[in-house]
Design a protein around this ligand. Structure first.
Ligand code: ARG
Ligand code: ZN
Length: 467
């Protein structure tokens, strides 16, 4: 018996890896901040999202078709989703599915998927997104005339099943049927708009890779404006017809998108996408989101008058965040530090304070015992991902980098990084190496001081200030 057991153990050890039994894909993409976000075992290449929406009731129904490639022999896999599902097909065959945790949709295909094989997953669903809460909140924003999907990191769960992590980018088609008089706004180019039987179908296409949190959908009564930038890029903006006193300031800001994107191109390189614009729905929230090619703005941002600064911030993200995306959420500084820094450059351009003055102000206005300095912009933790320190100390870090490497190298880094990783993903470590290569200077100590130390740096972010 002992000898026989030993013999079969040897047999097991020598079995070729390719004959191993298919295994379940992981329930998360391995993110240290959000272990269950995203999934393992496959890579999505395209989402085709085809929906119907009734603004009176907030009912959303339809089908998402996902094109993916298995990255292991898969017995089952997860999607991230929160609406009720009625049917899942994998390569045309009905698949079993269950839900687990807050947002896992666990799919078991009739037959396992072989590593490297391309697969088509169809998910049919219907629900009222504003009534669905996960982790105690709802990222779907209900408006008086419809609804909006916008949030970071979460928003996809309320409108399409996905591999919800920025490390898995894909192209998107989003096509939504709404009652005549309601508009449906999404990313990229509006490729068709057709009415029949009292309903209008809006079909949008994003043909460059897009992270799932950067996909957006807005349904409501909008006034849509179109044009082109001076450099010939199509611009499409949309304003809720219900912005009240904020309408003028919203338009006076967002209508400058074309001018601002061309201005940013001078520093960040060619704009990476084939369309640009923003939308301002009638929501009561206070944030903006750099949805790819179609930025989400809250009316509150325009309550004090025009705000080109927020437009510059969200447009800068099109390079820093959207074209070059995070591989893990802990690297959020790569997005927010640079988007805030772009605002500072715009302030300088507008004679409202130079980047150096603004960085010095951040340093001077927070004394050493201010909890502001306890947040590490390079690793803020999931609860402080969007803390003001990630933005302001993060941008001061960019200024400190600029002072350390000199303007010539700095502007080559600023423009070179989005070119180096265009349409891809990159990490903060890769940024450090890149900046060291371009500047020829070791930057480890400087970045550690500004990004990874929970204390006020001993010296300010420039030649003019010291502690
Ligand atoms: N990336 C966004 C910005 O700074 C922040 C979004 C914060 N998310 C939220 N749901 N409040 O423009
Ligand atoms: Zn931002």
């Amino acid at each position: 018996m002992l000898a026989a057991a030993a013999a079969s153990a040897v047999l097991l050890l020598t079995t070729p890896a390719s004959a191993a039994a298919p295994t379940p894909g992981a329930a998360g993409a391995g993110d240290t901040y959000y272990p269950t976000y995203g999934n393992g075992g496959y890579d999505v290449t395209h989402y085709d999202i085809r929906l119907k929406y009734q603004p009176a009731t907030d009912r959303l129904e339809g089908t998402t078709t996902i094109l993916a490639t298995a990255t292991q022999d898969l017995s089952r896999f997860d999607l991230d989703f929160a609406l009720p599902v009625s049917e899942v097909l994998v390569d045309g065959h009905r698949a079993a599915f269950t839900t687990s945790g807050e947002q896992e949709l666990v799919v078991t295909p009739a037959a396992p998927l072989a590593k490297g094989s391309r697969t088509t997953v169809v998910v049919r669903y219907a629900g009222v997104p504003s009534s669905v809460s996960r982790y105690g909140f709802t990222a779907w924003l209900r408006t008086p005339d419809g609804g909006v999907a916008a949030g970071e990191p979460e928003s996809a769960w309320w409108w399409f099943p996905s591999n919800d992590h920025p490390s898995d980018k894909a192209t998107f088609d989003v096509s939504v049927l709404v009652p005549d008089g309601t508009q449906a706004i999404s990313n990229g180019l509006l490729v068709s708009q057709r009415s029949q039987l009292g309903w209008t179908r809006y079909s949008w296409r994003q043909d460059r890779p897009q992270a799932t949190y950067l996909a957006t959908l807005a349904l409501g009564r909008f006034d849509i404006t179109t044009g082109t930038t001076a450099s010939g890029l199509p611009v499409l903006n949309a304003y809720s017809r219900d912005l009240g006193a904020n309408d003028g300031a919203a338009r006076a800001s967002v209508e400058r998108t074309g001018e601002l994107v061309d201005w940013l191109s001078g520093y960040l390189g060619p704009y990476p996408f084939d369309s640009v614009g923003g939308y301002v729905p009638n929501v009561t929230t206070h944030f903006a989101l750099e949805a790819q090619t179609r930025v989400f703005y809250s009316p509150a941002q325009f309550a004090a008058g025009s705000n080109t600064s927020v437009v510059v911030h969200e447009l800068a993200h099109q390079w820093y965040g959207d074209s070059v995306s995070l591989d893990r959420w802990s690297d959020i500084w790569l997005n927010e530090g640079f988007a805030r820094y772009a605002q500072w450059m715009w302030s300088e351009h507008e004679n409202e304070g130079t980047a150096q003055e603004l960085a010095d102000y951040v340093y001077a206005s927070h004394p050493a015992d201010d909890p502001f300095w306890t947040v590490k912009p390079g690793d803020p933790g999931p609860d402080a991902q969007f803390d003001i320190a990630v933005y302001d100390r993060g941008a001061a870090a960019v200024q400190a980098l600029r002072v350390a490497v000199g303007d010539d190298a700095f502007f080559r880094i600023l423009k070179g990084w989005p070119a180096e990783h265009r349409y891809g993903n990159a990490t903060l470590d890769q940024f450090r190496s890149f900046a060291e290569r371009i500047s020829g200077k070791p930057l480890g100590p400087l970045l550690d001081t500004w990004l990874f130390t929970p204390a006020r740096p001993a010296a300010g972010p420039g030649p003019a200030t010291t502690a």
